[in-house]
Design a binder for this molecule. Sequence first.
Ligand code: FMN
Length: 316
Amino acid sequence: MIKKLSFSKPIFVLAPLAGFTDLPFRSVVKKFGADLTVSEMLSSNALVYNSKKTFHMLEKSPIEDPYSVQIAGSSVDIVKGAVEILNEHDGIDIIDLNCGCPVPKVVSHGSGSSLLLDLPLMGSIIKTIKDTSNKSMTSVKVRLGFEKKNHIDIAKMVEDSGADFIAVHGRTRAGKFKAEVDYDAIKEMKEAISIPVIANGDIDSYDKAKWVLEHTGTDGVMIGRGAVGAPWIFHQLRSGEKDISMSLKHEIIMEHFDKMMEFYGGHGVPMFRKHVHTYTKGYRGASKLRDEVNRIGNIKEFRDIIDEFFKNGEFA
Ligand SMILES: Cc1cc2nc3c(=O)[nH]c(=O)nc-3n(C[C@H](O)[C@H](O)[C@H](O)COP(=O)(O)O)c2cc1C
């Protein structure tokens, strides 16, 4: 089996963001040079019980190579069943286990960041994925702990259970998405284990990415919210270029819209409204445009309005 993901130099990864990093968004981002894209979180229960929506979420764009699918679960048997189902799907290179999600609905099932409270169970699940999967790699995405940091124990358990690499969001579950990111703790994890470590949390610019890589010594950075409303960020992260031309932004936003319609059909229209919000944030005319698109359900009408807005650089 060929390992498509190389860590010979630091890698740039698009973080999984449920509700944002679907196939249309990932395919637009990938063009700008993300080394790895990850599916939205899929429940292993939903995979096992053949949820149609979940299978749709599994699809990838042909340019997503390598491609990682993230699963959540808290039962060894159900996760095993989910991996067996993923084994029947080609084009997946990595299975990633979610051990970071703080959302009560996920935590109350013992999944996501709850696994950080039961490291032996987390270890058994990782080992099960590794032993069952026919993909090249197994990875794990964690936080620094649940209430308190136990990041070194987490890192060691992930490594000992056979994972090929780990991504760390540098907050505890209690820190949600707001507490200051503890890059020193990420550095300590990197120093404690020998598998590659990817740093995550509040990385949104070339300078920040460079600083985090130098400070933590990690093998890559993962970017989530920094890519929302700015799918071109991976180009900026690589080149240090601050300005992206209006005409390129216009082209990308329209491509994103068209891909959404292709993937979701008419359901894509209400879903694209949140992207209109993110693309226009802070720009002149944004609230008028948002009001307009909130009232439109027709694909062509919606397309014409945003095309006109972005083409005219009204959001300059
Ligand atoms: C709206 C939203 C959805 C998210 N969904 C997921 C998810 O499905 N799986 C996951 O591991 N993390 C998820 N995260 C966490 C991100 O992957 C990432 O760890 C976190 O946002 C910190 O990185 P950032 O500051 O670059 O966004 C989500 C975060 C947000 C804001």
